[in-house]
Design a binder for this molecule. Structure first.
Ligand SMILES: Cc1cc2nc3c(=O)[nH]c(=O)nc-3n(C[C@H](O)[C@H](O)[C@H](O)COP(=O)(O)OP(=O)(O)OC[C@H]3O[C@@H](n4cnc5c(N)ncnc54)[C@H](O)[C@@H]3O)c2cc1C
Length: 496
């Protein structure tokens, strides 16, 4: 093997010459550790040192060895034995988390970049927003899953597909800085953001339900509304307005949240604020003619009747014009006062996906990246699939095979991709040699409050639909089975 010498220049330290064939982990790490031990987590001041590795000699791959002498080896020296180089996963949601859990680190040096260092089990987020479950029951710290996986708490801002470089901004309090990182394989799983349709005031005044921080804000706002309404100088009219809880969006997320909120108010708040409970109202607004549009018609009717019986107003065919601090303006009804408004009307593109419009083909809505059936993104320049860039989850859609933006789809795509990538790694084959992705629809379900759920499994079997307590038992047991760690499998039943 041809030997090559490289020079490591560390500020305020003498130059060190290291023989590339002796670039063993211990040598490099001791150099790095001697310099700034305390900043061992974010890549800064990157110095690119093209060199040849042992892996290159074996596989004739040109690797770029990148080191940051502010304390971190951007490409870990241990990765030189990985025949497939650096694989970067953007996002730690349903798609990214499943991938990082399942992907073999034998052939890939896996790095995850995400602004949050945990995974959120979104189907139970509504429960945690009203305190049925504690936040820790529905999160999984991503670092726990494999010490072999590197993680940077950052946003990917832009991607240069030609140079194979991702430009990021760290998401660490008090220390936001920019850095770049290169990749050999890239998996884009950044999800999508809540769609406000550009309606005035929504961003400023509405609450969203996408992350733990949102659930926390909702929980404290509900309590604040009750506390405010119980102040001595508050009139009955003011208290009634404060205790009007509005949900915009009658899809599964909006409906589940309404069901959970109803339980919280009628079970917990009724006990704590008995004098106020008769003033509480809840309203669900939707632009569509019915709620739960993706469910079977009989289940939609069942849920609507249950809501009406509980006194939850369902206002369909309504157009929201504006949201003010304490009022919502509806085209058909005018100004309606509220105490808290939760916005759950679907998804729009993540800013990273928006930034890629010049480089990659998007779906008809122009909000999701279009991929082929192997989940490879499609270049705008050539119209061809890029062999080393994949997209999945809410930010991607397969050409001529449109699937809903659900955890079920994200999870299955991630499972498929981790299996396919692990399979092709040893011989460095193309993914087109494997089976293309196929979705298995297991149906959908939603909790509608008071131990009642709707379960629609008609895609599996025509008659498999249920609404009521049995469906609720099914709903709970399914999500219990799907929770990830043993810790949460033990914690969740304790709260339930
Ligand atoms: C309250 C709620 C309840 C739901 N219930 C269900 C259900 O019961 N069943 C179901 O099938 N689906 C459900 N869904 C939908 C499901 O959660 C989504 O379809 C799923 O989360 C999509 O997975 P994803 O990995 O694409 O995106 P996400 O899970 O949203 O994850 C995206 C990840 O990317 C990260 N990220 C964002 N921007 C960047 C960036 N620039 N760079 C790097 N990382 C970035 C985020 O921090 C996050 O970690 C629910 C959603 C919500 C909000």
């Amino acid at each position: 093997m041809k030997e090559k010498s490289i020079e490591l220049t560390i500020p305020s330290q003498p130059k060190i010459s290291v023989n590339s064939s002796r670039l063993f982990r211990r040598e490099i790490f001791s150099v790095i550790r001697n310099y700034h031990q305390e900043t061992l987590s974010q890549p800064t001041n990157l110095l690119t040192i093209p060199t040849k590795s042992r892996a290159e000699d074996q596989h004739d791959v040109v690797f770029k060895q990148q080191l940051s002498f502010n304390g971190i080896a951007k490409r870990d020296i241990a990765s030189l034995g990985k025949t497939q180089g650096q694989l970067i996963i953007l996002g730690s949601g349903w798609a990214g988390f499943k991938l990082l859990k399942d992907l073999s680190t034998k052939h890939y040096e896996v790095t995850v970049i995400s602004p949050r260092n945990y995974f959120v089990f979104t189907p139970l987020l509504a429960s945690s927003s009203v305190g049925t479950l504690e936040f820790r029951c529905i999160t999984e710290p991503i670092r726990r899953y494999s010490p072999k996986i590197k993680y940077y708490q950052a946003y990917a801002d832009t991607i240069d597909l030609k140079k194979q470089v991702i430009h990021c901004t760290s998401n660490i309090e008090h220390k936001k800085h920019e850095f770049s990182i290169d990749y050999d394989k890239l998996i884009i799983a950044v999800g999508a953001k809540s769609n406000t349709f550009g309606i005035k005031g929504v961003d400023e005044h509405a609450f969203f339900l996408k992350d733990i921080s949102d659930a926390r804000k909702i929980r404290s706002r509900v309590i604040e509304c009750f506390e405010h309404a119980s102040q001595p100088d508050v009139t009955k009219k003011e208290a009634t307005d404060l205790l009007h809880f509005v949900v915009v969006g009658g899809g599964p997320t909006g409906i589940e949240f309404s069901g959970e909120l109803y339980d919280f108010i009628t079970e917990d708040m009724a006990r704590l604020y008995p004098g106020l409970i008769n003033l509480v109202t809840m309203t669900v607004y939707d632009v569509a003619p019915q709620i739960l549009g993706s469910f079977d018609a009989s289940l939609r009717d069942f849920a609507t009747k249950k809501f009406k019986r509980k006194g939850i107003n369902i206002c369909t065919n309504r157009h929201v014009m504006e949201v003010k601090e304490r009022e919502i303006i509806i085209e058909e009804e005018g100004s309606i006062p509220y105490g808290m408004l939760v916005w759950s009307t679907g998804l729009t593109e993540n800013p990273l996906i928006h930034s890629m419009s010049d480089q990659l083909i998007k779906d008809k809505s122009a909000k999701r990246l279009l991929t082929d059936e192997y989940l490879r993104v499609l270049s705008k320049e050539t119209g061809q699939a890029l062999d080393n860039v994949y997209a999945l989850g809410d930010c991607a859609s397969i050409e001529n095979y449109d699937l809903p933006a659900t955890a079920q789809v994200a999870n299955q795509k991630a499972k498929y991709l981790s299996k396919a990538l692990s399979k092709i790694a040893p011989e460095k084959e193309s993914i087109t040699g494997t089976e293309p992705f196929k979705f298995r629809n297991f149906g959908s379900m939603a909790y509608i409050g008071k131990y009642t759920a709707v379960v629609d499994m008609t895609p599996v079997s025509e008659k498999a639909k249920e609404g009521g307590i049995l469906a609720w038992l099914f709903w709970r047991s399914s999500y219990f089975t799907m929770t990830v760690s043993l810790r949460n499998k033990m914690l969740i039943p304790m709260y339930w």
